[in-house]
Write a protein of this length. Sequence first.
Length: 266
Amino acid sequence: MTQDIWTLLGPGALRSDRERLLALRLGTMPYQEARRLQQGLAAARAAGDLPRDVLLLLEHPHTYTMGRLTPDHHIRWSREELAARGIALHTVDRGGLATYHGPGQLVGYPIVHLKERGLKVTQYVARLEEALVNLLAELGIPAHREEGRRGVWTAGGKIAAIGIRCSRWVTSHGFALNVNTDLALFQGIVPCGLPHEPVTSVVQEGVEGFTASSLQGAAARHVAVALDYAAVEEAPSPFTSSGAVQEAPSPFKASAAGLPGPASRA
């Protein structure tokens, strides 16, 4: 990794600690910049230069991404219209099809060594879904996984997308949870290859007062619980005040250890 990445992560990144998930809040970051950061971290984690797992938490500017198998017609708007609307378009090295990222969406990119955690890829994806279901339950939103489909649903539609890459046992890419996202921008794609599936958000489900950034701490703790970490450590960054575990706003409680356990395990 470059010196800039080590500086960003802070001294805690060099401390071998398999029981604490290191979380880093990145504010709003262009998609390709975040992708390069993930690639550097994943390579270092696989090589052993990075001795612990990391969770990147951020938002993106308006972006459509196409997974490896996405047909071109799943992007409904022309390149000219995308440019006029200020929407970037990228083909990426993950599973899944077309999806949208943008302001008001909580994005999490876990860099996790699956062999060290004793997880298969399918188990890992199910655990991420579990974390989001439990996070939404804390908000009072009933949500669920659907057999044979990846992501998280409510009665109102799909509220979170998941698409990952795993190389040399180390994951990249991750999840995107719609909080106060502009759902009209999903009209420019066939979201996750589901043309007739509605999309929804935390606000659309009737829960006000939260932003993507305000839910990052709680999301990190739920991911930590789902992946069997003992706790979360937040790396100092321009967007957090210290290396301590950050509190999430009410109704969330203090630590990962105090959160409800997983309802089910794959």
